[in-house]
Design a protein around this ligand. Structure first.
Ligand code: PLP
Length: 355
């Protein structure tokens, strides 16, 4: 019998497209909301010692206990309320695999972080996007009516929202949290260290709340893939059933811990990025034909009154990679730039001014 892949693949997976990150040449990378600074030398020295003494031959601690303990004391939450993920991406997948499925809606405002919809598809769960208003505010009443239209739901809110950059009004989010329905409400606080705005204190009051955070942005550890979930034990217990046993490699666990132990030093970088964000905002403001949107994160969304595809190409020709989000609808002619080092931001502004 001939091997036919179409006979074997799940029909709902067959129709999906893989998430492809295009490999384009660049000199300055301002496209992925990463921290522009590599880990400082003194911390690299500590990591080097760790590498030298590391037991590479042993499996990692499946519960990442040491890291959870450190997070637990910094965040003042019980260790049982923490699950570590291979990036918060993995935790998004776990949440949908555990709580999704038939008759469940994965609900999120659009535009937002694409991974929510991607994993809803992967786990055979209906994904329901609810467009934001023109000024990128949450339409909570529409989200609530979608929550009521399904048996149960998982609502994802990126806070601040990627790619628009803003935190939605707290009241809008509270309306969703307080709405009586069978829902898990996930507040994805990947950019929390830049916004300073969190729903964590509400965890004790609302059993169905999940907070996601990551070491990929403010902590500059995107390459090592470490994210974490904070949720009540009734939720984390279920997530532990779907978690890959050894999901976080032992070196990533150690390095994340080392960074947590240098939190004050890392805060210096966050402040530097925030200062540079303000400088970028002021610079963009002076340029005719560009409208920028409020940012609570380490990136800025802006719209050109010319053609965004051409502007994106002009940046790339000058070695600067930003993110082209141009598509019909709310993001028409929009691009997103990640705050870089001062000289990178200068280069960005020079190109933008010259167009
Ligand atoms: C809102 C949001 N959540 C999660 C992530 C992914 O983070 P991680 O690197 O921890 O998987 C991103 C990355 O861009 C993001 O923008």
């Amino acid at each position: 019998m001939r091997f036919e892949i179409d006979d074997l693949i799940r029909s709902d997976i067959a129709s999906l497209k893989p998430y492809i990150v295009k490999d384009v040449p660049y000199k300055i990378k301002m496209d992925a909301n990463e921290n522009p600074y590599n880990i400082p030398e003194n911390i690299k020295d500590v990591i080097a010692k760790e590498i030298y003494n590391h037991h590479f031959n042993r499996y990692p601690d499946p519960s990442a206990f040491e890291l959870r303990q450190a997070l637990s004391s910094q965040l003042n939450v019980d260790t049982n309320k923490l699950v570590i993920g291979n990036g918060s991406d993995e935790l998004i997948s776990y949440i949908i695999s555990a709580f999704g499925g038939n008759k469940t809606g994965v609900i999120f405002p659009t535009p937002t972080f694409s991974i929510y919809g991607i994993f809803a598809d992967v786990w055979g769960t209906e994904s329901i996007g609810v467009p934001l208003s023109k000024d990128f505010e949450l339409k909570q009443d529409e989200i609530i009516s979608k929550m009521d239209s399904v048996d149960k739901s998982i609502v994802f809110i990126s806070h601040p929202n990627n790619p628009t950059g803003n935190c939605f009004s707290n009241q809008g989010i509270m309306d969703i949290i307080e709405h009586e329905s069978k829902s898990i409400i996930v507040l994805d606080e990947a950019y929390y260290e830049f916004s300073g705005n969190t729903f964590l204190p509400l965890l004790d009051k609302y059993e169905n709340l999940v907070i996601l955070r990551t070491f990929s942005k403010a902590y500059g550890l995107a390459g090592l893939r470490v994210g974490y979930m904070i949720a009540n034990e009734s939720i984390t217990k279920q997530i532990m059933k779907v978690k890959m046993v050894y999901n976080i490699n032992s070196l990533s666990q150690k390095i994340a811990l080392i960074l947590l132990n240098h939190k004050d030093q890392m805060s210096g970088y966050i402040n530097q990025i925030l200062r540079e964000r303000d400088r970028l905002i002021n610079g963009i403001d002076k340029i005719d034909g560009i409208k920028q949107f409020h940012s609570d994160a380490n990136f800025i969304l802006f719209r050109t009154n010319t053609n965004a595809d051409e502007l994106f190409s002009a940046f790339l020709e000058n070695g600067i990679l930003i993110r082209n989000l141009n598509e019909k609808g709310l993001l028409e002619n929009c691009l997103r730039v990640t705050v870089g080092k001062p000289e990178e931001n200068d280069a960005f502004l020079t190109i933008l001014e010259s167009q």
